[in-house]
Design a protein around this ligand. Sequence first.
Ligand code: NDP
Length: 342
Amino acid sequence: LPPGERVGFALVGLGRLTLEELLPAFAECRYARPVALVSGTPEKARLVAAQYGIKPEAIYGYADIPRLRENGEVRAAYVVTPNSLHREQVEAAAAAGKHVLCEKPMAVSSAEARAMIAACDRARVKLMVAYRVQYEPHNREVIRLLRSGELGAARLIETNNCQVQGDPSQWRMKKALAGGGSLPDIGIYCLNTARAYTGEEPVEVFARIHTPPNDPRFAEVEDTVSFMLRFPSGTIANCATSYSAFNSKDMRVQFERGWADLENAYAYRGQQLRVAKRDGERQVVEQPRIRERNQFALEMDHFARCILEDRRPRTPGEEGLRDHLAMEAIYRSAATGQPVTM
Ligand code: NDP
């Protein structure tokens, strides 16, 4: 679409994700463009606006979100702030008549997620959670393989999302802002992707958590979580996440007649897919050729098209709610040492 017909986005929160990934990704969008900024740091917002050709009068503070209503160029707000701020900002943007794309985790509890869905319904605006992995082409290919039945049924999903978190003072390590530790921040990718892959909701979860007692990073939030999800079809997903284990973001599906191994499944780029199948008596391993695309651009374009064509997003608010319900069950299981039926 020509720039004037694209869906105008207001970026809410100018942190690392917005500055390093989202704003640059608009260059690869065909249906979305940035037209406004919401920030608590006006000097930064002025520089960013100048860099991306955003009008100085389209810079707002968080308290001004209701004023987005008066800006006809803005059709969508993309909330990219610490997790516990999402609810208030999503609800304010919805009340201002704007469609809302919200970063993961959607909120800090299932109760908040429910309230956000209800607020967007009342305001008759669309709500999407930014589960970018569901827009990434290699992950889409694994989903295609699962649905096609080419390799038989999926028996096991093995996946992890680990990274070393250094700075104890950042909001991710504060319970009040983050809602939790590794689980809602990065473990959520294992959970959401296992649900997207199977296309099912877990019926049972079982989890263990280990948090080093004297590490200042983990005064408030958990470190390492291992959790198992059992799906109705019989697929079992073994998932692990950690803030103190070396970087790895891998996913492997064991089918009846092969496997799919996706390295860097949750990374911003660099996915490597290998698929093993039987060829007579032999096992062959193929590397399907899939064009790497900017998944942030695909995700923002998806939301823009949903607005233009009045369609429901692939990852609506309900997706975020289901993940919050599962994460609450994971915490409960770890606390009691018992499996939790969903
Ligand atoms: P950052 O800490 O880099 O940035 C957060 C920004 O939020 C700040 O720069 C600030 O922007 C604004 N902000 C408003 N209030 C506060 C506050 N009390 N404390 C700190 N910042 C505040 O975080 P990220 O960009 O890494 O993460 C933002 C959101 O995006 C989170 O929900 C996170 O889970 C999600 N995320 C998603 C990723 C994905 O791949 N989908 C990857 C990384 C993060 P300003 O100065 O403009 O007010």
